[in-house]
Design a binder for this molecule. Sequence first.
Ligand code: MF3
Ligand code: CO
Ligand code: CO
Length: 271
Amino acid sequence: MPIEIKTSSEIESMRVAGRLASEVLDYITPFVKPGVTTGELDRLCHEYMTGVQQTVPAPLNYAPPGYRPFPKSICTSVNHQVCHGIPGERVLKTGDVLNIDITVIKDGFHGDTSRMFCVGEPSLAARRLCQVTYECMWIGIDRIRPGAYTGDIGYAIQKHAEAHGFSVVREFCGHGIGRRFHEEPQILHYGRPGTGVRLEAGMIFTVEPMINAGRREIREMADGWTIVTKDHSLSAQWEHTVVVNDGGYEVLTVSAGTPERPEAVLRAATA
Ligand code: MF3
Ligand code: CO
Ligand code: CO
């Protein structure tokens, strides 16, 4: 499949889907507290998506080739879980950090975004990993403009992560998105400038770096979905869906609760 260039009406539909995905994260934020189970967070998000938004939770029964159907409506990845964590009986406790990854479908279009959440007061090291990973996502996004390469994004992310002594997960990447959940191009979160795909206005894809405090190697759990770090070190991830435009880019997964861009870090990274 070639890389789709979205029309202005498709981009408008993706803006709506992106805002709705981000609003699910806004909605769930006050519920992320010690004592709640990840299964309860899933139930609440599922009710909000299907009942209030009238969106379809894209993860539910999602089954790419080689995978069994994903059994829940959101992904919750706690501490050393890297991504694709399945919500369940696990009770969140103070000191945990977790990623909540939301993908909604509205009028046939996907919006995909995730944030890190602190439960109570995590360690300084855990909060630092979440912050640096957030900076990594933005430093990558900030490379996006027509004529730039996907490798420019990956290079910028890898450089920032490794400067802090962290590592970049290689096995999962950002992806084109639209009427399909995962489309081309692949957006690697590591690499070399000037390599990969040349960006054009109208491309829509995610940037979603997974950054480990320790080594980059991962392992898949017996549930067939949950990815964890091999060395049990903490892992963090943030995700936005972005459209390339003539001026550079527009982030589509924005809502009232979207955290601010880290301006100082972006200035330092381009200096
Ligand atoms: N939302 C994830 C991504 O960013 C994909 C989750 S697939 C699922 O690409 F089946 F685990 F939900
Ligand atoms: Co994604
Ligand atoms: Co996602």
